[in-house]
Design a protein around this ligand. Structure first.
Ligand SMILES: [Zn+2]
Length: 137
């Protein structure tokens, strides 16, 4: 069996296969999403892939009005903010991801602790299709 390297490229390839894959340390069991080449807890490199179910709850969030270039290009910014959140997955790992299905202009209506489910955002079609990960209530 071919083991993909534990990096962002593999992570993105898995997302394109509709899979949320992170790393699990074989020594201490610490999880990482996105995957890291070295354990975030004990710094060893004996890792394995783990597929996340894609369920969790909102731990923190922020409404982004100053968009980085890639998001600004997609039309986000001061008049069209988007939400970036920290999601605590049921497996016990925290990931920083985009939150969709919420009103970024009314962040006061977004509640920490809200149960969330993974949602794949798709760009392009066919062989150039690219998935990215978001979560929604
Ligand atoms: Zn470890």
């Amino acid at each position: 069996m071919n083991i993909k390297p534990f990096n962002d490229t593999s992570y993105e390839q898995f997302l394109n296969e509709w899979k949320i894959m992170g790393t699990k340390c074989k020594k201490c069991g610490a999880l990482a999403l996105p995957p890291r080449p070295i354990c975030v807890s004990c710094y060893r490199s004996e890792l394995e892939w783990i597929e996340f179910k894609g369920t969790g709850k909102l731990a923190a969030f922020t409404s982004i009005t100053v968009a980085p270039p890639n998001m600004a290009k997609a039309g986000y910014g001061r008049d069209n903010p988007y939400v970036l959140g920290v999601v605590e997955l049921d497996e016990g790992v925290k990931a920083v991801v985009r939150i969709v299905g919420v009103d970024a202009k009314k962040p006061e209506q977004i509640k920490v602790g809200t149960p969330l489910k993974a949602e794949f955002l798709t760009k392009g079609e066919g062989p150039t299709r690219q998935n990215s990960l978001a979560f929604k209530p």
